[in-house]
Ligand binder design. Structure first.
Ligand SMILES: Cc1cc2nc3c(=O)[nH]c(=O)nc-3n(C[C@H](O)[C@H](O)[C@H](O)COP(=O)(O)OP(=O)(O)OC[C@H]3O[C@@H](n4cnc5c(N)ncnc54)[C@H](O)[C@@H]3O)c2cc1C
Length: 455
């Protein structure tokens, strides 16, 4: 690795760069509990600059870590010490919103929430809504195929990507897809790059699909004395072929911590609650609300509250979105996991997470995009002793073993990153891993991009 030769190229092209550890130290972290100080951080303004950066990095064998807002919970932006962080947040333009074709063209550093607001003004909707959306970027969302509460009904990020511009590890720029909805021309390269966590190329532009904003939305909070009954309700709603816009489960610990920082009138004496939003044409919403209410009561809900107005509705969702922040204020470090299981196995998975955390004496709050079978156990570490970290590691190992035994997967939306890399061969056979690595080697033979994560 010849970082000095790389930096000479960067300076000669007037690309913004920071090398002083005082400036670069905040790029050593993301939202996982890991750290690695980059030797330099580059701030490209456009695709051509990204191309120059990667061509030089490839020539001088300098490892590069693409980076959006750095909210990865998987250590996806934790690079090689002394390598380069490629910060894409200055490429943050919404280039176009096309109301005729229901598409948007954006640069990778656009903040997800800002896109939501821009399209909503026009009566349009971009459904992917990670809990981090007020910070996360579209490039980061694409690179992990992010989900969120709305993905139960509307699908995940990949369902809204129509085309992309990618800079490959050697600096070449490729484009595929476009504003058209139907497209079976050539290999489906989108599937290769979406969710590849920046290991195969850097997203420098995306064409996104938009949909009309649903006419009405109502929110219900179903309250339970038994966590198992809440989990069973989710499976029952799915079994009855009802598709609410969101189906989010919170256990007692989550609600207690949320109420401390963002009071939303959550029932603190309850074992669990499910936050359910139903959207669509008004008449259909009323009908679905009734069905959902019946199923909640049938499965043991002690109370079903309907938010009276938009203000109350937003308060409940703000509470749900602030859950991670609330939890992190009540521990010294937080380990957030993201296993995903078939929906019918959700009650088993939640029971298993609770049992494992109790056995390792680690407080655990459970949230989840439960309609998708996606469970987020939050292990709340209180001491930060080596002994406590070891207990947490063992608990996490068991959580992933349980998810795989239930027919699930290691990650529903946060990605593998550095944190879950060691579990990849639990899920995939040696032949499958070889295929993934050979794709990586074809696109990035010098292992420039995110060489230490995922594979
Ligand atoms: C409070 C909180 C709540 C969260 N809730 C959710 C949730 O509900 N759903 C969910 O899916 N995730 C959630 N996350 C995880 C995280 O926010 C998402 O993974 C998000 O998509 C990351 O976006 P980012 O811009 O921060 O990307 P980063 O963290 O900067 O990067 C993520 C990965 O993408 C790569 N990358 C970034 N930009 C590019 C690019 N332009 N080209 C190529 N590779 C790139 C990076 O190398 C890294 O591997 C949450 C995180 C937090 C802290």
């Amino acid at each position: 690795m010849d970082l000095q030769a790389f930096l000479q190229v960067i300076h000669s092209k007037n690309i913004e760069v920071q090398c002083d550890p005082q400036d670069t130290s905040c790029f050593a972290y993301d939202a996982a509990n890991l750290e690695s100080l980059p030797g330099a951080v580059v701030f490209p303004k456009d695709t051509q600059e990204v191309s120059v950066i990667l061509e030089a990095a490839n020539r001088f064998k300098v490892p590069v870590t693409p980076r959006g807002a750095g909210t990865s919970l998987a250590g996806g932006t934790i690079g090689i010490p002394g390598g380069v962080a490629l910060n894409l947040t200055q490429m943050n333009q919404i280039i176009e919103i096309d109301e005729e074709n229901l598409t948007a063209i954006v640069q990778p550093g656009v903040v997800t929430y800002e896109l939501h607001q821009a399209v909503e003004k026009l009566g349009l909707f971009y459904p992917p809504d990670p809990g981090s959306m007020k910070m996360s970027t579209i490039g980061g969302n694409i690179s992990v195929n992010a989900g969120g509460p709305h993905c139960f009904k509307y699908g995940v990020t990949k369902d809204y990507i129509l085309g992309m511009e990618i800079v490959l590890a050697d600096g070449r720029i490729i484009r595929f897809g476009g504003k058209y909805i139907k497209n079976v021309s050539g290999l489906d390269l989108g599937s290769l790059f979406i969710g590849s966590e920046g290991t195969l190329g850097v997203v420098t532009e995306a064409t996104l699909r938009l949909i009309p904003m649903p006419e009405t939305k109502r929110t219900i909070l179903a309250v339970y004395n038994d966590l198992d009954e809440a989990a069973r309700t989710v499976s029952d709603i799915v079994r009855n072929k009802i598709v609410p816009a969101t189906l989010e489960l919170m256990d007692q610990e989550s609600m207690r911590l949320i109420e401390r920082i963002r009071p939303a009138n959550l029932p603190l004496d309850a074992a669990a609650a499910i936050l359910i939003a139903v959207d669509g044409p008004a008449s259909q919403v009323e009908k679905e609300m009734k069905l959902v209410e019946t199923l909640c009561l049938k499965n043991g809900a002690r109370e079903v509250r309907v938010a009276r107005d938009d203000k109350e509705q937003e308060k409940l969702w703000e509470g749900r979105r602030s859950a991670n922040g609330a939890m992190s204020q009540n521990c010294k470090a937080m380990v957030v996991e993201d296993a995903s299981v078939p929906r019918s196995k959700l009650p088993d998975m939640i029971r298993k997470c609770k049992e494992i955390a109790e056995r390792y004496h680690i407080p655990c709050a459970i949230l989840g995009h439960s309609g998708d079978g996606n469970v987020h156990p939050h292990l709340l570490l209180q001491e930060l002793t080596q002994e406590e970290w070891e207990r947490a590691d063992k608990a996490v190992d068991e959580i992933f073993r349980a998810a795989l035994d239930l027919g699930g997967t290691l990650t529903g939306e946060h990605g593998i990153g550095l944190v879950k890399k060691k579990y990849m061969n639990w899920q995939f056979s040696p032949d499958t891993m070889d295929l993934m690595r050979s794709l990586k080697n074809t696109l990035d033979p010098n292992q420039i991009l995110n060489r230490n994560i995922m594979l």
